[in-house]
Write a new protein. Sequence first.
Length: 296
Amino acid sequence: MTTYQKVRFQVANDLQDLVISVLIELGADGVEQGDNTLTIYEDQANEGFQKRIQTYQVGLQLLVDQGLSLNPEPVLNEPLTSKAYANEWKNYYHATRVTSRFTVVPAWEDYKKEQEQEKLVVMDPDQAFGTGTHPTTSLMLQALEVVVRGGEQTIDVGTGSGVLAVAAKHLGVGDVLATDIDALSVQTAKNNLSLNPVGKDVSVIVSDLMQDVPTDFVEKGVDLVLANILADVIEPLIPQVRQVLKPGGQFLVSGIYDDVSDGIETALVAHGFTILQKMQSGTWHAFICQLKEELE
């Protein structure tokens, strides 16, 4: 039976956005938010999980050294069976109205629409990042509502649970290719797409960013690229997006926190993108970008 390590830190609610961004940059796949607490679940089958926990503590200590008031030592650090993990996850994760249109619904919850125009995105995230409720994902859902007009050929880079691919199909985009570097995330995304009838024709592949995107996508070009990923891989992704996006096409990108937003904006502009809209939720940022029709 798979065993997880449940690691909980005491973090004030007003500091949680910042601390979550640090923990994810340090390797956490996801962070569960509670009242003045943050919890990480580490799969003990993944080699080096104890070292990752130590890395989280070092990262939090650096924040303390910079003047933040928090405890870098876990207040809880204990093993958890996969059955107990599943039950805890289900107790924590409930249907959430994320935007005016989208409600993210756990697969195990019987939820009825409250309004006719409400779009349900059914998710069983398993170990993949992307419940739809994290600020980076909700920013992307809002951005999709802004830009989608219908029929866009789309690539969802780092799809995780597949939440953005499902949402994009709800809004009427055309063909969607979803990628993720992690094979388990690809399988999770496929499972979630099967829970959502609109997502039945989405293709999902294992790819390091866009390196393994089929040549026909690259040659024909796409209208829309989505990326809700870690900030440290956004810059190397930008030139890859530039190669596959049609002139005038749009790039929606999130996962950007305060300290790196200026640098990513500079990189986007340097590669021929115009920033059409900047979006923010707490310390998290997202950009709606458009590739210039003619590069200088």
